[in-house]
Design a protein around this ligand. Structure first.
Ligand code: BTN
Length: 259
């Protein structure tokens, strides 16, 4: 493992962002950076504050799952106060920023699996959990939580081995977490600040989704669907074509590729 810890100054020093990551709260070990970030947001933390940890003891995944986050991972949460109109784009911002930064730092070519997974060679390398507090049209805060399997030997984690991978397993060498984190913060800010220009983030996100055009099984709440993942809407929902020709718009769910 290259770095044991992540001193704040090594993240913030000369970081080429206006606000994301200009304030960093670092813990060697926490329950969940998303939980800590929520507390900070409720206390009025500055826009773009990052909570980061070397290790999480109760990392949270989507759909109330546990997210394994041992030493060697990247676990960070970004506090934002966006306008309500941008909330549904945050997943596109975060996942594309992960794709760009993993690509830039490692040369690997990640792909996206709807809605929130980043894969390398078909296996999950990163999960994203976005949590919001919204009242009416007012966003109290949004938290973008990102977990990346960076320097992990997946054979040490048999529970996720069948579907997951890590950057170090893919490359056969360790990766500087610091470099990845700094690049990630820059990429997130770039994409986030471009949202009001109505740029091409939706198209780029859609083009990176390996899910589209595939036959899929989707578990959404208590309902199971099967069909062709035809497209995604600009709000990030998935359009599923059923064998009888009908179309369902799915806002959240768990996708398994059938072929
Ligand atoms: C998923 O794929 O289910 C989402 C996983 C999100 C994990 C990250 S790690 C940093 C942040 N803190 C958490 O407790 N969860 C997110």
């Amino acid at each position: 493992m290259l770095e044991e810890s992540l001193p704040v100054e090594s993240i913030t020093g000369n970081l080429e962002t206006r606000f994301i990551g200009q304030r960093v709260i670092y813990y060697p070990r926490v329950t969940s950076t998303n939980e800590l970030a929520k507390q900070e947001a409720q206390r009025g933390a500055a826009d773009g504050t990052v909570v980061i940890a070397d290790e999480q003891t109760a990392g949270k995944g989507r759909l109330k799952r546990v997210w394994l986050s041992p030493k060697g991972s990247v676990a960070l949460s970004i506090i934002l106060y966006p306008s309500v109109v941008y909330l549904s784009s945050l997943i596109m911002v975060a996942s594309l920023a992960v794709v760009h930064s993993i690509g830039a730092v490692t040369g690997l070519k990640p792909q996206l699996k709807w809605p929130n997974d980043v894969l390398v060679n078909g296996r999950k390398v990163c999960g994203i959990l976005i949590e919001n507090s919204v009242r009416g049209n007012i966003v109290n805060y949004a938290i973008i939580g990102i977990g990346v399997n960076v320097n992990l030997r997946l054979s040490d984690f048999p529970e996720i081995l069948p579907t997951a991978t890590s950057l170090s397993d893919e490359l056969g060498r360790d990766v500087l977490r610091l470099e990845l984190i700094r690049r990630l913060l820059v990429e997130i800010e770039k994409l986030y600040l471009a949202l009001p220009t109505g740029g091409s983030i939706y198209q780029e996100w859609r083009d990176n989704l390996i899910t589209l055009g595939k036959r899929v099984h989707i578990k959404s709440g208590k309902t199971d669907y099967e069909g062709i993942a035809e497209s995604v809407a600009v709000d990030g929902s998935l359009l599923l074509r059923h064998p009888d020709g009908s179309l369902t718009k799915i806002v959240a769910g768990d996708v398994t590729l059938c072929d």
